[in-house]
Ligand binder design. Structure first.
Ligand code: V47
Length: 411
């Protein structure tokens, strides 16, 4: 939890002391002891890259060359297909016991300004209000609320399913699942089975941040650690759930720590095959304890997508979350390894409270226009990457950007 009016904290100062090591400030030099040509040869031969390759790619001066290589992998896997979905984000409560320094969304206790906890009925209303929209997925993420029973979370899922049985519920991060297990005295498996029973379809990738203990001690010391985050996903995969994975970049981590984070995800994927997509999340600095840290630059965003595509050869999709990096960078990222543009994303709060100046939602037709203009073929997917619609180039309906305006149906 962060108070926007608070003076710079110790964490602020610590973070600044670390900043020169962090990605955005690291000098972009030639690919160090690894030549780019040797790494490219490995990629083209289908060989997994190692830690030094990843760091060398990050430091490679030729951004476009890096993009071309990542694009080769993207096109090998997906051709020109570029996925998007029609989704709605709901954050039923922002009350959160954890004190993540980068977070602008959470409030430590229910009586703090801007703290809120919706009733299950209010959560249902969010979906009822949009009955006319072709939403296929609801993404549900909360703070770690100390004062609600476990049934709050199962009731939310059941309530949403009652409203729209067809909708896929991608809900509760591994950090939440870990918290539920500790708080309500259950194993990860018991928590997940109860949520599946209530309608859970998959897990979002949030809460991973950066796995390195050194970084977690500085940015998110009091929530699930790396091993716990990975174990929740391992358990979810074993129970047949697909999940996503993320990396929060641009706070106090080094490039080496970013690459090690990707390698840990790759290792779990080799074991379970359950991750669908990797989503790099660019740090936003407004209204949180790290407000003095500079945000990642556009070049850092594009490098991170490209390196992610190249390091994570066994994760099928790389998703650009336009809310985080802006619509324009997300569109350009479609040439840097990204094959998925998330999504219509109505109602997003976590980044908008951290100063994201992106729109509150994108119309379906606008997503298709962005993908078309990037020279790709838009494919509307469901959460599990089932194909719902493939762009045939037909004229698009009028684009209406206001989230409160009813969406037009499929074009
Ligand atoms: O876990 C919070 C990050 C995550 C900030 O799975 C921040 O499809 C940057 O994981 N600056 C939650 N990042 C969102 C998330 C997500 C988003 C879209 C799609 C999916 C998916 C998952 O957002 C948190 C944290 O890593 N975050 N605050 C911030 N100020």
């Amino acid at each position: 939890m962060s108070d926007p009016a608070a003076r710079p904290s110790a964490a602020d100062l610590d973070a600044r002391a670390d900043a020169p090591q962090a990605g955005p400030s690291a000098p972009a030099v030639h690919a160090g002891d690894r030549s780019f040509a040797a790494i490219a040869a490995k990629v083209r031969a289908g060989e997994p890259l190692d830690r030094d390759d990843g760091v060398a790619l990050y430091r490679h001066r030729d951004l476009l060359g890096l993009g071309v290589l990542a694009n080769e992998v993207r096109e090998r896997l997906h051709g020109d297909r570029t996925y998007f979905n029609v989704n709605l984000h709901i954050n039923p409560t922002n009350v959160c016991e954890a004190d993540c320094k980068f977070c602008s969304f959470a409030r430590l206790t229910p009586d703090m300004p801007q703290a809120y906890t919706m009733t299950v009925e209010q959560v249902r209303q969010k979906l009822i209000e949009r009955a006319h929209q072709p939403i296929t997925e609801v993404h549900v993420v909360n703070g770690l609320h100390p004062g609600v029973p476990f049934s709050y979370y199962t009731d939310i899922l059941r309530g949403l399913k009652e409203v729209r049985p067809d909708v896929h519920l991608k809900a509760y991060t591994a950090v939440e699942i870990h918290y539920f297990a500790e708080k309500y005295g259950m194993t990860y498996e018991q928590v997940l089975r109860a949520l599946i029973e209530a309608g859970l379809g998959s897990l979002p990738g949030g809460g991973a941040e950066i796995f390195a203990d050194r970084v977690r001690r500085k940015i998110c010391r009091d929530k699930a650690d790396a091993q716990q985050w990975l174990e929740v996903h391992r358990t979810a995969h074993r129970l047949g759930l697909r999940t996503n994975c993320t990396m929060l970049y641009g706070t106090v981590e080094t490039l080496e720590e970013r690459v090690e984070h990707m390698l840990a995800l790759r290792e779990l994927q080799a074991e379970t095959g359950g991750f669908q997509t990797f989503i790099p999340l660019a740090f936003h600095n407004e209204h949180n304890d790290f407000r003095k840290l500079p945000e990642p630059t556009g070049v850092d965003d594009l490098r991170t997508y490209a390196v992610g595509r190249l390091m994570l050869h066994n994760i099928p999709h790389i998703k650009a979350y336009w809310v985080m990096i802006g619509v324009k960078t997300a569109q350009i990222a479609l040439s840097f390894g990204v094959d998925d543009l998330d999504g219509t994303v109505q109602e997003e709060k976590i980044y908008h409270m951290a100063g994201a100046d992106t729109p509150m939602a994108l119309a379906r037709a606008e997503l298709v226009r962005l993908i078309r203009e990037a020279g790709r073929v838009a494919v509307e997917r469901d959460t599990l990457y089932g194909v719902r619609w493939v762009d045939d180039g037909a004229p698009l309906p009028e684009i209406r950007m206001d989230a409160s305006v009813p969406f037009s149906g499929h074009s």
